[in-house]
Design a protein around this ligand. Structure first.
Ligand code: PNS
Length: 171
């Protein structure tokens, strides 16, 4: 963060779940995870299956890359979400789900899930606007850049860039 940027102070000490497929984790995801911790105190990063996407990295690899990228940040745990996200949130006692929004298309996609998760488990979803620096970064774009030999080091942590190189080639 640059100097002069206001840092959110947590309203209380509680637990947020930041879910996603994280295929792979980007600096945009990492920013949302750290901001969720600033607001709620504690975060579980929930790695789930997205039925609409066939992942490049298997579940274990996605968990390993999250651990490498977040490098033992305090009060952040990384767990697999085996089934319904709403059920997972109920089991861990989450106060809220936190998701980043890059724009209207993300909201169109996220809003129905937020409504259904609240109906299923009473869990609220809090949306954080993507930081200006990461508003255009997605796992899909990063994979496409890597697949075509581009440099992804601006968008993902070094271990993730290395894993993309190993999986897809490129620089
Ligand atoms: O990073 P993504 O792919 O946008 O994340 C979507 C994800 C994985 C959070 C969503 O597909 C999900 O919650 N999957 C778990 C299964 C589930 O609960 N489905 C019903 C959602 S209302």
């Amino acid at each position: 963060m640059g100097s002069g940027v206001w840092q959110a102070r947590g309203v209380q000490s509680s637990l947020a779940v930041v879910p996603g497929s994280f295929d792979p984790v980007t600096y945009g995801h990492q920013d949302v995870i750290l901001r969720a911790r600033a607001l709620f105190g504690r975060v579980i990063v929930g790695v789930a299956a997205n039925q609409g996407k066939a992942p490049l990295f298997g579940l274990e690899a996605r968990l390993t890359l999250l651990h490498a990228a977040l490098a033992d940040e305090p009060n952040i745990e990384i767990q697999a979400v085996p089934g319904l996200l709403a059920e997972f949130c109920r089991q861990v006692g989450a106060t809220a789900i936190v998701k980043g929004l890059r724009g209207g298309a993300d909201l169109d996609h996220e809003q129905p899930m937020a409504v259904v998760n609240r109906e299923l488990a009473g869990v609220e979803t809090v949306f954080l606007p993507a930081a200006a620096a990461w508003g255009y970064v997605s796992s899909s774009i990063v994979k496409d850049v890597a697949r075509n030999g581009g440099d992804v080091s601006k968008y993902v942590a070094p271990p993730v860039a290395e894993a993309l190189r190993a999986a897809l080639g490129g620089r």
